[in-house]
Ligand binder design. Structure first.
Ligand code: AMP
Length: 326
């Protein structure tokens, strides 16, 4: 069944896009396949529909996902008469753009719980599996053309954010939209998994180290402190933990798990947290972080805070176990 209100909101966004000659598409810092896939797909969708518009996808690149497309470099001039579309980003502080304040006309499309309301038009659905799924809805609501490269980027974003259709928020609607996408384009989707999931042996060995050495509390919190020295020893970078975190989803003894990674260059500790029971994002927001109910992150200034966070996670697990013991 079509949700008419939403359908009209997607139509309204297209009308808004039509008004501007220059469109800048941004997303969150720490680019991932959902953010990049939605960005590249939307750039192409708009270019196909309006070949004379200038459309730019901006933000810091990620070498790992370069196969998905190339980002644009633009000057930080005032963009009074441009439209900024921000994808996959609930808060202003995490938008990967320097001159956010210069934009007066902003659209937000996101699937995270709301943090800041910063746009003139916002489509936010934290029940959607991914931002790529929302872009797919936008395409179908407006009868827009879709080609193979658009389809591949949207598929990659959905597959990646749902953990190959496993995580929470993968829904009937996700499958319905993806089926429609595949029927329309007939892309060779199984060939997309290899570039998405290929990784160096050093990272796999690092994963082995994590499995061997993480601490697991009595209440079911698995965590590990990853120092800069350890990253150097395994020849991996600070982003590696984020690539591994989902691998701990199906371990009997663990219901919440966290990687605490030292980022020496930026003088902070990056935290990746996942849960398969307790809701974590509200507690994590106390530490300036956020995210989804069962997938959150934060950036901390020191190891003491990291210990406090682990204690808070342990309390969440304790409470959860109390309420869910048979
Ligand atoms: P990650 O572990 O980096 O994959 O992040 C999981 C989720 O938490 C994503 O939805 C992010 O948007 C969110 N997240 C990660 N880091 C932060 C942060 N420093 N502040 C707010 N949200 C974050």
């Amino acid at each position: 069944m079509i949700d008419l209100q939403r359908h009209f909101l997607f139509r309204k966004i297209l009308k808004y896009i039509k008004k501007y000659d220059t469109i800048i598409i941004a997303r969150h810092i720490g680019a991932d396949p959902d953010a990049l896939g939605s960005q590249f797909a939307l750039r192409e969708i708009i270019k196909n529909k309006y070949p004379n518009k200038e459309v730019y996808a901006v933000g810091n690149p990620s070498s790992r996902f370069r196969f998905m497309g190339e980002l644009d470099k633009i000057d930080d001039v005032l963009y009074d008469n441009s439209l900024l579309i921000v994808l996959d980003t609930p808060d202003i502080k995490r938008i990967d753009i320097n001159n956010f304040d210069s934009y007066k006309n902003i659209v937000k499309i996101d699937h995270h719980p709301v943090i800041d309301e910063y746009a003139n038009i916002e489509i936010v659905d934290d029940g959607s599996s991914s931002t790529c799924q929302l872009i797919l809805e936008f395409v179908f609501s407006n009868n827009l053309k879709i080609n193979d490269s658009i389809a591949k980027n949207l598929y990659l974003g959905i597959v990646s954010d749902t953990g190959r259709f496993m995580h929470d928020y993968t829904s009937f609607k996700t499958f319905e939209l993806v089926t429609k996408l595949l029927k329309k384009t007939n892309i060779d989707f199984t060939s997309l998994y290899e570039p998405l999931y290929m990784r160096p042996l050093s990272e796999v060995r690092f994963q082995g180290y994590i499995f061997e050495n993480m601490t697991v509390t009595e209440n079911g919190v698995g965590y590990i402190k990853i120092t800069d020295d350890l990253l150097k020893e395994f020849n991996v970078d600070t982003a590696s933990a984020g690539n591994i975190i989902s691998e701990l989803k199906c371990i009997n003894e663990i219901i919440i798990w966290a990687f605490l990674t030292e980022d020496k260059k930026n003088n902070l500790i990056r935290v990746n947290i996942r849960s398969r029971g307790p809701v974590i994002n509200e507690m994590v927001s106390k530490y300036g972080g956020g995210g989804h109910k069962f997938a959150s992150g934060a950036r901390l200034s020191d190891w003491d805070l990291a210990s406090d966070l682990v204690d808070d996670l342990d309390n969440l697990a304790l409470e959860y176990n109390k309420n869910n013991s048979k």
